[in-house]
Design a protein around this ligand. Sequence first.
Ligand code: 5GP
Ligand code: ZN
Length: 137
Amino acid sequence: MSDCIFCKIIRKEIPATVVFEDDDVLVFMDIGPIVKGHALVTPKKHYDPITETPDAIVAKLHLTAKRVAAAQMNAFGADGVNIMQNNGAAAGQEVEHIHVHVIPRFSTDGHHWNWNAKKYDDFSEMNKLAEDLRKHL
Ligand code: 5GP
Ligand code: ZN
């Protein structure tokens, strides 16, 4: 993917602050941290979205995210960690090369997600969606 910004980082064509790499993954600091210390875990090979990514790579990304989360707790004294992975513009994805966000959280960081929980009209509305989902699992 010649135009992909994360592929360019992986090919070392543009700089990034790398914190870990192996044959499969590169972990680097997000240039626009939600909370300072925010890191991105991305596969060295271009895949997107998660539904088109091989299971072994999805597993590796998330196992690596777990390691980064532990490192953020140990290195920064983070009180918690958000692990996020966006798919599609509707979900807020900007870079179309799969990546997992690992965001250190501190009780004092002042960040709040806009987690605006909704209500179903009634149980039958929720049950209908569950029924549709079951058919595809
Ligand atoms: P998305 O919205 O696609 O889930 O997240 C993309 C992330 O990549 C954003 O958090 C953004 O700050 C980060 N990002 C975009 N371009 C660059 C870049 O050139 N270098 C680094 N280090 N991070 C980037
Ligand atoms: Zn790419």
